[in-house]
Design a protein around this ligand. Structure first.
Ligand code: PMP
Ligand code: GLN
Length: 382
């Protein structure tokens, strides 16, 4: 019998809840993906490029036209001049980029700090590299960084700290001052940062996203990861990018070239065309999703769920302690799916040690208005 390298890993909660939703015919507000289509010109561009014969391997680092679009966007949004050739790498999904960045950084015995609740791919990536995750919980109720606990968690073996803002599952944001504090904390140490910014454009209420790309000191030791899937409503395209200083990018590419070699060619062409022709898409995205968040929250106001509106991402947390305090959140998510026809994600699965009082489930509001209305109607009856 093969001894597992990941003995504690099973099928992810996203697969399990989406399967259950399909099985019982529930509205699926669990796994994060839109139930509406991407812009027509983007889809048409893929067909056009396939018909034009753009069907062979892309360059290992990504198509130059797409890397240049990414560099132009970063210049416009975050004021940083990144070199499209040596600092931008196109990857088949943010998950692949995170995996490759971890392999580049972590050696046997190294430690990576994750802030719980954290995205599920971080820890297995670290373990496969021979490292270990040290879990530092974010402070409830607002999922803010406990600086003392973070400072205490740093030791001689710490090689990496994961940041994720806008934050999945809470929707919380890191502020510019947080980046300053982190920079000061790791200033004289050999510690790197993976900044998971896949929801960089999903920030609401007029707030600006505090990107590591806009922070000179932190950027010098960071891999900044983003995902076209979230930005262009195409999670199934599994296409993203990672931006890092040339020396770090070079190490990441050594690994990326043997994990997948390159991303999908016609998708990269289509994304490059669409970014060039429709810059308004990104500008309109916060208002587009804020309307969905507000519709969902306004409709839930008549329910027994309690919540603070998400500051970012397309996830809304809801506290159900006034409804079924007897159920833990995994049981609650299953009960909602089976008995009330709305699938959600339990928050405890993003923790090493979930707080005992945690009574939160996550709903994805990247859905059509009629889906959100129907879901809210059902949730108001719970
Ligand atoms: N990080 C976070 C926080 C995410 O929510 C996701 C989306 N599942 C990813 C990374 C992975 O993105 P991708 O689908 O591009 O691999
Ligand atoms: N990021 C998505 C979520 O949080 C899920 C992606 C996946 O299924 N791996 O729901």
């Amino acid at each position: 019998m093969l001894a597992s390298k990941l003995p504690n890993v099973g099928t992810t909660i996203f697969t399990r809840m989406s399967q259950l939703a399909a099985e019982v015919g529930a509205l699926n507000l669990s796994q994060g993906f839109p139930d509406f289509d991407s812009p027509a010109p983007l889809r048409e561009a893929v067909s056009r490029h396939i018909a034009a014969g753009h069907n062979q391997y892309a360059p290992m680092t990504g198509l130059p036209v797409l890397r240049q679009q990414v560099a132009a966007k970063i210049r416009g949004l975050y004021g940083r001049e990144v070199d499209a050739d040596s600092e931008v790498t196109i990857v088949p999904g943010a998950t692949e980029a995170i995996f490759c960045a971890v392999q580049a950084l972590i050696r046997a015995g190294d430690e990576a700090i994750v802030l719980d609740p954290c995205y599920d791919s971080y820890e297995p990536s670290v373990e496969l590299a021979g490292g270990r995750c040290v879990h530092v919980p974010l402070s409830l109720p607002d999922f803010t960084i406990d600086w003392q606990r973070l400072a205490d968690a740093i030791g001689p073996r710490t090689r990496l700290i994961f940041l994720n803002s806008p934050h999945n599952p809470s929707g919380a944001l890191i502020a510019r001052e947080d980046l300053d504090r982190l920079a000061a904390l790791i200033r004289d140490r050999d510690i790197y940062v993976i900044s998971d910014e896949v929801y960089e454009h999903l920030v609401y209420d007029g707030v600006a996203h505090a990107s590591v790309l806009a922070h000179e000191e932190l950027y010098q030791r960071a891999f900044v990861v983003s995902s076209f899937g979230k930005t262009y409503h195409v999670t199934g395209w599994k296409t993203g990018y990672v931006v890092a200083p040339p020396a770090l990018s070079a190490e990441l590419r050594k690994i990326h070239q043997y994990v997948t070699f390159c991303g999908v060619t016609p998708l990269q062409h289509a994304l490059a065309d669409f970014m060039a022709e429709h810059p308004e898409h990104i500008a309109e995205l916060p208002a587009f999703y804020q309307r969905k968040r507000d519709l969902f929250c306004d409709l839930l106001a008549g329910s027994r769920f309690r919540f603070r509106r998400a500051a970012g991402t397309y996830f809304q947390l809801a506290d159900y302690s006034a409804i079924r305090p007897d159920l833990d959140d995994v049981a609650m998510a299953e009960w909602l799916t089976r008995e009330h026809g709305v699938a959600a994600i339990p928050v405890s699965v993003f923790y090493q040690e979930p707080p005992r009082e945690l009574r939160l489930v996550r709903f994805c509001f990247a859905k059509r208005e009629d889906t959100l209305r129907q879901a809210a109607e059902r949730l108001c009856l719970v």
